[in-house]
Design a protein around this ligand. Structure first.
Ligand code: FAD
Length: 390
């Protein structure tokens, strides 16, 4: 039996792999996407789903550059979610149309200055005391409504998966070898040939780059997080508690469901909590929630934690840029036409896919008609992380 061949094989079915798949299929390439676990099983399904418009960066020295990159990417999501352009993402579940951002006395002037900057005014509105949800109210506290949509990232994976036809298979890649102008990928369910290979495996890109003779440390970095899921929350909440003059919220809370409301908590708590055990992290979460919300019935809440790393690309100078990283892996062992993609943020996936399409188009066009991968099963979609880590 001959080996099935595709113009492009994409490795990894998170937001980057799925958006790149849409862009390439739409441009006429035959594409197979390989996912070793479930679609959106990695960072995508574990993300907080905030389509950042740059407000998060308001306090950082590079505010305007980072904010502009995030804002233009968020607009691509808006177009796709309203059915105006791009993949049909009209079925994506919007969990909140805006985020809250609240701050306490002391750093108010700094925030107010950032909010007043030209770039951010259109997305941020200060709330009156009556408009602040009762749970969030506290003396000398100010709150803003931030125009950042929060989505269910797994529903975005579903919508992208359905937006174009094409092969998606559950298979881990064991090796990638250049052969006669093509690439041969050995997988759990057989061999596949590809004109070009796109690495969208998040953390797994490290292993794939090593297979191609590259040093992953030159290409990417991992930043660990220790997230917290809090069950028995009094209601849905989507917001950042900014309690220091930095671009890191002390808490970032989004909400999901699992037989009741679950708060999914990141921010500084998740970054600093990396060195804590699960029970220490839960104790820290209780303390932070108690400090933030005077009237929260903490004794009615139960907690679990989730460890996950953010995998981010480095540019050719070894720096982590504000935008997505799309680089050609041009070393001898790759045989050329291998690309590595890290969107840096969920929201930046459309920009990453557009960059990939441009770089790929410069070296190769659609030519193969594709095939089926009979020996491989189709991948499922991931469950939310707080359900997987109860
Ligand atoms: C806790 C957390 C919260 C976040 N919150 C936000 C947010 O609110 N807003 C935002 O914009 N960004 C957020 N991010 C960042 C965002 O989630 C990531 O930038 C984005 O999801 C990365 O997508 P990806 O497709 O590159 O990687 P992933 O989603 O990690 O996908 C990689 C996929 O590749 C598969 N894979 C790995 N190795 C192999 C292999 N050898 N063969 C086949 N498949 C393989 C994995 O199973 C996985 O499904 C958050 C990240 C984290 C960790």
């Amino acid at each position: 039996m001959s080996t099935p061949g595709f113009d492009v094989v994409i490795v990894g079915g998170g937001i980057a792999g799925l958006w790149c798949r849409w862009a390439l299929v739409n441009a006429g390439y035959s594409v197979a996407l390989l996912e070793r676990s479930a679609l959106a099983h990695g960072q995508t399904g574990a993300s907080q789903g905030i389509l950042h418009r740059g407000v998060k960066y308001a306090m950082s020295p590079d505010a305007s550059r980072a904010a502009a990159a995030a804002d233009s990417s968020a607009q691509a999501w808006d177009r796709a979610m309203s059915g105006r352009a791009g993949p049909d993402l009209t079925s994506v579940r919007v969990l909140a149309k805006s985020m809250l951002m609240w701050t306490d006395a002391g750093i108010l002037s700094r925030i107010t200055g950032a909010v007043a900057s030209r770039l951010l005014t259109s997305h941020v509105e200060r709330l009156t005391d009556e408009q602040i949800p009762p749970l969030v109210r506290a003396p000398a506290r100010a709150a803003y409504r931030v125009g950042e949509t929060v989505i269910d990232a797994v529903s975005a994976a579903h919508a992208l998966g359905a937006a174009v036809k094409g092969v998606m298979a559950r298979a881990a890649v064991r090796s990638i070898m250049p052969t006669g102008g093509m690439h041969r990928l050995e997988t759990e369910c057989g061999s596949i040939e590809a004109g070009a290979v796109v690495l969208c495996a998040g953390q797994g890109n490290g292993e794939l780059l090593a297979m191609l003779g590259e040093d992953p440390a030159q290409w990417m970095q991992l930043r660990d997080l220790h997230m917290v899921a809090a069950r028995g929350a009094p209601g849905e909440l989507f917001g950042h508690w900014i309690a220091a003059a930095s671009d890191k919220p002390r808490l970032t809370i989004t909400s999901g469901q699992d037989g009741g409301v679950v708060w999914y908590i990141g921010g500084d708590l998740a970054e600093r909590g990396v060195s804590r055990s699960e029970s220490e992290q839960i104790a820290a979460a209780r303390q932070e929630l108690g400090a933030c919300f005077r009237d929260l019935a903490l004794e009615q809440m139960s907690f679990s934690t989730i460890r996950i790393a953010r995998a981010e690309g480095k540019d050719k100078f070894g720096k982590r840029p504000d935008g997505p990283v799309v680089r050609e892996v041009a070393g001898k062992a790759s045989g050329g036409r291998v690309f590595a993609v890290w969107p840096t943020k969920l929201v930046m996936a459309p920009v990453a896919a557009a960059q990939l399409l441009e770089m790929l188009g410069a070296v190769t066009g659609p030519s193969l008609s594709g095939a089926s991968l009979g020996g491989c099963a189709s991948p499922d979609y991931a469950l939310p992380p707080w359900v997987r880590h109860r």
